[in-house]
Design a protein around this ligand. Sequence first.
Ligand code: SAH
Length: 223
Amino acid sequence: MQKDSYRHKGMRRRLIDTLRQKGITDERVLAAMGLIPRHFFLDKAFEEHAYEDKAFPIGNEQTISQPYTVAFQSQLLDVKKREKILEIGTGSGYQAAILGSLGARVYTVERQEALYVKTKQLLSFFQMRNLRCYLRDGTMGLPEYAPFDKIIVTAGATEVPEALRLQMKVGGILVIPVGEKEQIMYRIRRVSETEWEEEERGDFRFVPFLGGINRNSGFQPEK
Ligand code: SAH
């Protein structure tokens, strides 16, 4: 495991200032991002860049989301302690660690076996007993643990999967980027058993939300 030095902490403080300047106001989210060392979630080769506000490759054609995006989605979720949260797209595990650090009970699912295995091990280092990883196709949600207070999707979907609408509690929130090449961030609130209210919250770019499980992907660092 890598070290979290004073230098890393300093870079992290500057990143938090940048996020504030870009309009992130949720102090709990900013504190969580100030606590979790993002460089643990990147390949050594990117360590120097871990506290830039940029997305980076994590292998298997996937990326760790840009810090601003992680902060923005976390802020939209309005996370409260002990809430049950489903994350679709574990990826590097960074977003999951932020949600865990906010005190939520986090269920995170990933469809690529190689990433699931690697990230599960990394997250175990943080010893968060409130965070669990699953190898699943997130288009189906995680029915055996539903309903959830909040659901966050961290890959670009072409439509909102019905299973996710149905696996949120009444009063619950789903944050999901929807669109083909570029996505619009939707914040969807379930207002009754049969009604959902949708708000559009800006443009983003994510890797695609895909169906099925990819079992034999093997870890392939990006060239
Ligand atoms: N939250 C991640 C972002 C990773 S990128 C982070 O903080 O690093 C999005 C991830 O979603 C990728 O790892 C991709 O494999 C995964 N993904 C895409 N479609 C999925 C699906 N249907 N079910 C589960 N994971 C999915």
